[in-house]
Design a protein around this ligand. Structure first.
Ligand SMILES: [Ca+2]
Ligand SMILES: [Ca+2]
Length: 332
């Protein structure tokens, strides 16, 4: 029966390998960190912020393969061209660095972090310049066929942190300590990631979800927000005009997984000493933008795990094969 056990193990391994692309994978690229800003503790903090996205988003992003001398994409980050960037299936590459006096999210609510989604303008093919060639279509859409109106795609982008600020690095972001007088690197990274994932002027899908009144109009976000007017109609989430409509109004709250209320990561601003986690409303807005977020879009059943009955049938079939093999060997 050993071979059956081996076969079962093989099937299990094959099944788990099949799921390797079911989730996205964020890769930070530190080549622009020329001052050693990102210590091991800070890198660990960034990884935990990535986990908040990787654990919920399951889009099947195709790979972008760059071949020197052939087709390739030239990425732009930190005002530098990166030639022939290759991006694995499911991967988003995010260049991170620290520079003095970074500011984003408007005049009155500046935060010491700025993220940018990689725009399609940042992609140029080195040999195939045809805008609608299969190579270029894949590079900008990554299999997200509704792009850009009803879906979203990117190879990644960049996040800049303000090197002049005092930062709190947290190697265990699940616990909140007191860090008065410091900015929380975990919360700031979440904000930067939201920009990379599409709360950015480079993303047409964001503009498509804004109603004329400066409010985010996505259906799942409205249901999660669950604020109704006097006629019982679900209301859009008001944006912060000061933040160029890329952030929600300060103080808007969403639920954490345990039901407690917290200001959205999407709400503009971040105070010193303040920790924010991704709320369900933050996730709902990502889903409305075109990301497949568990809890808001039903996950496909991949890999197909055999039902118990199927295992019984498989075992019975193998038993039959073994029986026949024995029968043959006695005949010969
Ligand atoms: Ca902690
Ligand atoms: Ca998608």
């Amino acid at each position: 029966m050993n071979h059956i056990r081996n076969l079962t193990l093989g099937l299990a391994l094959g099944a788990s390998m099949g799921s390797a692309h079911a989730f996205i994978n964020i890769t930070y690229d530190y080549r622009f960190d020329t001052t050693g800003f990102f210590t091991d503790e800070r890198k660990a903090t960034l990884e935990q912020a990535a986990q908040a996205f990787e654990s919920r988003i399951f889009d099947d992003l195709t790979a972008i393969v760059s071949t020197p001398g052939g087709n390739g994409i030239n990425a732009n980050a930190f005002n530098t061209q990166i030639s022939n960037l290759s991006v694995a299936a499911g991967e988003l590459v995010i260049f991170v660095g620290a520079t003095p006096h970074v500011s984003s999210e408007g005049r009155n609510t500046s935060v010491p972090v700025a993220g940018q989604m990689a725009g399609f303008n940042g992609l140029t093919s080195t040999s195939d310049q045809t805008i609608n060639s299969p190579y270029m279509v894949n590079a900008r859409e990554r299999g997200q066929t509704g792009w850009p109106d009803s879906d979203v795609s990117t190879w990644g982008g960049q996040i800049q942190f303000d090197s002049t600020k005092s930062w709190y690095a947290d190697t265990d972001a699940s616990t909140v300590e007191s860090f008065a007088g410091q900015y929380d690197l975990y919360s700031a990274t979440l904000k930067g990631l939201l920009s990379v994932f599409g709360a950015d002027q480079n993303n047409d899908g964001w503009a498509n979800k804004l109603s004329g009144q400066g409010a985010f109009n996505g259906a799942k976000a409205k249901a999660e927000y669950n604020v109704v007017n006097s006629r019982g109609i679900l209301q859009a989430i008001p944006t912060d005009d000061d933040a160029g409509n890329l952030r929600m109004r300060p103080g808007i709250q969403g639920k954490l997984a345990d039901g407690t209320l917290q200001t959205l990561v999407f709400s503009s601003g971040l105070a010193m000493g303040e920790r924010r986690y991704m709320t369900e409303l933050d996730y709902a807005m990502l889903d409305d933008m075109g990301w497949d977020v568990s809890g808001f879009t039903e996950m496909p059943v991949t890999p197909p795990v055999p039902e118990p009955q199927a295992w019984l049938l498989l075992a019975a079939g193998l038993g039959l094969i073994a029986h026949r093999a024995r029968a043959r060997s006695t005949l010969s």
